[in-house]
Design a protein around this ligand. Structure first.
Ligand SMILES: [Zn+2]
Length: 245
C-alpha cells in the first residue's frame, strides 16, 4: 500500500479521562514520528459526566484550547513534522442546549460524535450541525466532523441507507478505532462496501487514554486496505492538509 501519513485523531489527555498531559502526549508522538494527532477530550452532561472528568466549563475549554495553541506554536517554531489538531469528543446523549451553548466548531479542527445508535441520533446531530451553521456562519472545512467508535450493527439491517446518506450529505467521516476492532470486523462488509461506493471519508483514531498506545494504527490501515477504502482515506488526508493551524 502506498505510504500514508501516520495519524491518530482520537486521544484523551488529563483534561478528561486520559492519564497523560497534553505535553506528555506530544513528546511521545514526536518520538514515535507521528504526522497528525488530535486531542479529543470528552464533552458530556449525560450519565457519563458523573463517571469521568470532562471539558465541563467554558474556562476549562479555554484553558484546553490555549494549551494546545501554545504547543502548536512550539511545534511550528521547532520545525517538527508533527501536526497537532484541536478536537473534542461530544457525547450525543448530552442535552442539545448544553452542546450548542458550550461547543463552537470555530474553535476546533475536529469534532467527534459518540454514541450514534439510531435514527433519532442522526436527527439530533443534524439539528446541532444546522444550529452551528446558522449561528456561526460556518464555512465548509472550518471543522471536520466524524463518528467516534461507531458500531455499524445498530444500522446494519434497518437503516443503512439513511445512515450512509447522512454521512454523505454532511461529509461526516467514519473512524477506524483500534480500541474497538469489533466495529470494523468483516461481518460488516456490507457497511464498508457502502462507505466505498458513496465515497464516505474515513479516519483513524486509537482512542488513546495513555501515551502507550499512540501508534496503534497498523490494524486500522490494514482494514482500510482490506475494504478498498484507500481513496476515501486519501481524500480525508487531503482535508487534513488544508487545516490552517
Ligand atoms: Zn474517546
Amino acid at each position: 500500500m502506498k505510504a500514508f501519513p501516520k495519524i491518530n485523531l482520537h486521544i484523551h489527555s488529563t483534561y478528561s479521562d486520559g492519564t497523560n498531559s497534553i505535553r506528555e502526549i506530544i513528546d511521545k508522538s514526536v518520538k514515535l514520528g507521528l504526522d497528525y494527532i488530535c486531542i479529543t477530550d470528552h464533552f458530556t452532561n449525560s450519565w457519563k459526566a458523573d463517571i469521568i472528568p470532562s471539558l465541563d466549563t467554558k474556562e476549562k475549554i479555554e484553558d484546553y484550547l490555549y494549551e494546545i495553541s501554545e504547543i502548536q506554536q512550539e511545534l511550528t517554531n521547532n520545525r517538527q513534522k508533527l501536526t497537532l489538531l484541536k478536537g473534542i469528543e461530544v457525547d450525543i446523549t448530552s442535552s442539545y442546549d448544553y452542546i450548542t451553548k458550550m461547543v463552537s466548531p470555530k474553535d476546533f479542527d475536529i469534532i467527534l460524535f459518540e454514541y450514534l445508535q439510531n435514527n433519532e441520533g442522526i436527527g439530533f446531530i443534524k439539528n446541532i450541525l444546522l444550529s452551528w451553521e446558522k449561528g456561526l456562519n460556518l464555512q465548509k472545512d472550518d471543522c471536520l466532523f466524524g463518528l467516534a467508535h461507531f458500531d455499524p450493527s445498530y444500522f446494519e439491517y434497518s437503516s443503512l441507507e439513511i445512515l450512509v446518506n447522512f454521512l454523505k450529505e454532511y461529509n461526516i467521516f467514519f473512524e477506524f478505532n483500534s480500541t474497538y476492532p469489533q466495529f470494523y470486523s468483516q461481518r460488516y462488509k456490507r457497511f464498508f462496501t457502502e462507505l466505498r461506493a458513496n465515497q464516505i471519508l474515513v479516519s483513524i483514531g486509537c482512542d488513546s487514554h495513555s501515551s502507550s498506545n499512540l501508534d496503534n494504527f497498523e490494524e486500522p490501515l490494514e482494514m482500510i486496505q482490506f475494504y478498498g477504502l484507500e481513496l476515501n482515506f486519501g481524500r480525508f488526508i487531503e482535508l487534513l492538509k488544508l487545516i490552517k493551524i
